[in-house]
Unconditional design. Structure first.
Length: 278
């Protein structure tokens, strides 16, 4: 398999050799985009020591995944970040796409509030890399954010069909999407605010929701993590590139962006804060 790092208009080829456990699957050549990050030290810190990543008024520090600007369907409304959905599924046009905070985090606790429209679907992605592959004509094509990033699922559990798919409710709100269900499942109905918490520390990941500090816990870069991937839609057989990226989540430095997903439905976010645990 081969990875390319793209930065400042140049491509630097890096060969990655890895044992494939006898698999005949071949991971496609891919490129990791390397763009200048924002200076996190310039953002305010609240009384609890959390860095405030959204000021309620501007997109300072934010941009589209794989882009240099904020896509037009992301707006600021009543002190919230809002995605204005089409109802037609994820990333339906060039004005949409996922939103990321332009800084890579390693060990952290992320807090935010979210509410979703009726029948809505979205997610919080973390430790994400910006990845591209080449199409048949040799042009770089951005791959979706979720092939490199675990997902804290956001869902209207009562009205979206994903709530009954997957296994053991592992596609409901706060679940590790398609891998581990959130227990207890305490999401509020559509139109009501939910509190989300994601803690990543030296490979241990914890999801919290609405006062329950741990509804999901797992450990990255372990045999358990590989087994979870192999039993999911991101298995080595089903999706070799996603398996490679997720199995080595965070890349060489074990850090990445967090992002808010465009899944085609209206969703709102506010009170977005992060505490560094390094």
């Amino acid at each position: 398999m081969k990875k390319t790092i793209l930065g400042l208009g140049c491509l630097a080829m890096v060969a990655l050799l890895a044992a494939c456990g006898g698999s005949t699957n071949t991971t496609p050549t891919y490129t990791v985009l390397d763009k200048p990050a924002v200076d996190i030290s310039t953002f305010p810190v609240d009384e609890q020591g959390y860095i405030v990543l959204f000021d309620g008024e501007t997109f300072n520090g934010w941009r589209g995944y794989g882009k240099d600007h904020v896509p037009g369907k992301w707006t600021i409304e009543d002190g919230c970040i809002k995605f204005n959905g089409t109802g037609g599924g994820e990333a339906q046009d060039t004005d949409g796409g996922d939103l990321i905070f332009n800084h890579k985090f390693k060990n952290f606790e992320l807090l935010l509030e979210w509410k979703i429209s009726k029948g809505g679907n979205s997610g919080i992605l973390y430790l994400a890399q910006e990845v591209a592959t080449k199409d048949k004509d040799g042009n770089l094509q951005i791959e979706p954010i979720y092939i490199s990033a675990p997902e804290f699922q956001l869902l209207d559990n009562e009205n979206h069909p994903d709530a009954t798919l997957g296994k053991d409710n592992n596609r409901q709100a706060a679940s590790l999407y398609d891998m581990i269900p959130a227990v207890p499942q305490n999401a509020k109905p559509f139109g009501e605010w939910n509190e989300a918490r994601i803690m990543v520390y030296q490979g241990t990941v914890v999801h919290g929701q609405n006062g329950a500090k741990s509804v999901v816990e797992y450990h990255l870069w372990t045999p358990q993590w590989t087994e979870l991937l192999q039993a999911s839609k991101f298995s080595e057989k089903a999706w070799p590139l996603a398996f490679e990226l997720l199995n080595n989540c965070g890349g060489e430095n074990r850090e990445g962006f967090f992002g808010l997903q465009d899944h085609g439905n209206d969703i709102w976010f506010r009170n977005i804060r992060i505490k560094l645990l390094d």
